[in-house]
Design a protein around this ligand. Sequence first.
Ligand SMILES: [Zn+2]
Length: 86
Amino acid sequence: MPIMVAGYLLLCLTVALLGRGRRIGVFGYFLLAVLFTPIITLVFLLVSRIDQSPVRSLRVKVCKVCKKENAEMAGMRYCPACGRAI
Ligand SMILES: [Zn+2]
């Protein structure tokens, strides 16, 4: 039985290491893998997008009113989603 637990944790760690550079990091993915099994975490990892680079995320603005993210909003004075001034 302890061998199965160790194998499970090793599998969790393997999946967690695949989450390097992601939003919640290796520790976050390790916790997810332990809680939701490594297979579900692996699927989640594969479908979730990779964090945007700092240069690109600087261009994405978030509307203070509707909280929508919009890459084209950087040069705009009004939010294209709700029409309020940014
Ligand atoms: Zn808005």
